[in-house]
Design a protein around this ligand. Structure first.
Ligand code: NAP
Length: 259
């Protein structure tokens, strides 16, 4: 039996990168319905259309559903969960993945930089999870998107790193908050993963490639990661196979965290 047979999942930030790869993996693993969100409607519609055409299990149908929205806007999250409630009545898996990275060193920090990162990467995760809670029942799995930077000290990344440190902390504290409800909360902490966050960023291509080379050089596997590799770990945490994994942080980083 596929690992996610019959499960209802919500993935924020799923029109691109790790979120999109995870939606594809969830569907391939038998999820009954995967709700994808993102602010860019065109990308979201394209992602959903592609997922519904791909049919690895032979019965995909229209199991991918896009709900355009911004995780920093509570009204959008309310609308998302109202739709989920009306259509399927429950949630088994929430992957709070929407987020972004932006560098800025101490001395050059601005209100805009700080508020943007905290609003999306921290408050967005809080409301994504809290507003989903009434729909999550026994056996539910919540997965948060942290990062190796949450435990590291790379120069120029203090605010982004702090947001991801907050998220890895939520996995531990929320798992305790939900004790006795059989709802698990875990975080994934990827290393450098080749996604549009890098390849379609405003950073010069040479700078991005230089960063990829540096990251590969400090990774025991000798390369950076791929979004489908992260997706497989998220699928494991979403599945009942990981029923004893709770309040934990899983590094998906080729060993970079050991350096
Ligand atoms: P990506 O390809 O840029 O995807 C980011 C996703 O988040 C997009 O779908 C984007 O869609 C969505 N998003 C951003 N802000 C949003 C908002 N306010 N409301 C709703 N959706 C929003 O980047 P990625 O690399 O897959 O990143 C996914 C997550 O992994 C992020 O939390 C990131 O911090 C984390 N991560 C990435 C890496 C890496 O090396 N790639 C490493 C560690 C952790 P819209 O722009 O359309 O809203």
């Amino acid at each position: 039996m596929p690992r996610l047979e019959g499960k209802i999942a919500v993935i924020t930030g799923a029109n691109s990168g790790i979120g999109l790869a995870t939606a594809e993996t969830f569907l391939a693993e038998g999820a009954a319905r995967v709700y994808l969100t993102g602010r860019r409607k065109t990308q979201l519609d394209e992602a959903v259309a592609t997922l519904n055409v791909l049919d690895p299990t032979g019965s995909r149908g229209a199991r991918a559903v896009g709900v355009q929205g911004d995780v920093t806007n509570p009204v959008d999250l309310d609308r998302l969960y109202e739709q989920v409630k009306a259509e399927v009545g429950r949630i088994d898996v929430v992957f709070a993945n929407a987020g972004y990275a932006a560098p800025s060193g101490l001395g050059g920090l601005t209100e805009e930089h700080i508020d943007g990162l905290l609003n999306t990467n921290v408050k967005g995760v809080i409301w994504t999870v809290q507003k989903a809670l009434p729909l999550i029942g026994d056996g539910g799995s919540i997965i948060l998107s942290s990062s190796i930077v949450g435990t590291k000290g790379f120069d120029g990344w203090s605010i982004y790193s702090a947001t991801k440190a907050a998220v890895r902390s939520f996995a531990r504290t929320w798992a305790a908050d939900l004790k006795g409800k059989n709802i698990r909360v875990n975080a994934i902490s990827p290393g450098v993963i080749q996604t549009p966050a890098w390849t379609e960023s405003d950073l010069p291509e040479g700078q991005v490639n230089g960063f990829f080379d540096f990251a590969a050089s400090i990774t025991p596997l000798g390369r950076i990661g791929r979004e489908e590799e992260v997706a497989k770990v998220v699928a494991f945490l979403a599945s009942d196979d990981s029923s004893f994994v709770n309040g934990s942080e899983v590094f998906v980083d080729g060993g970079i965290a050991q350096v």
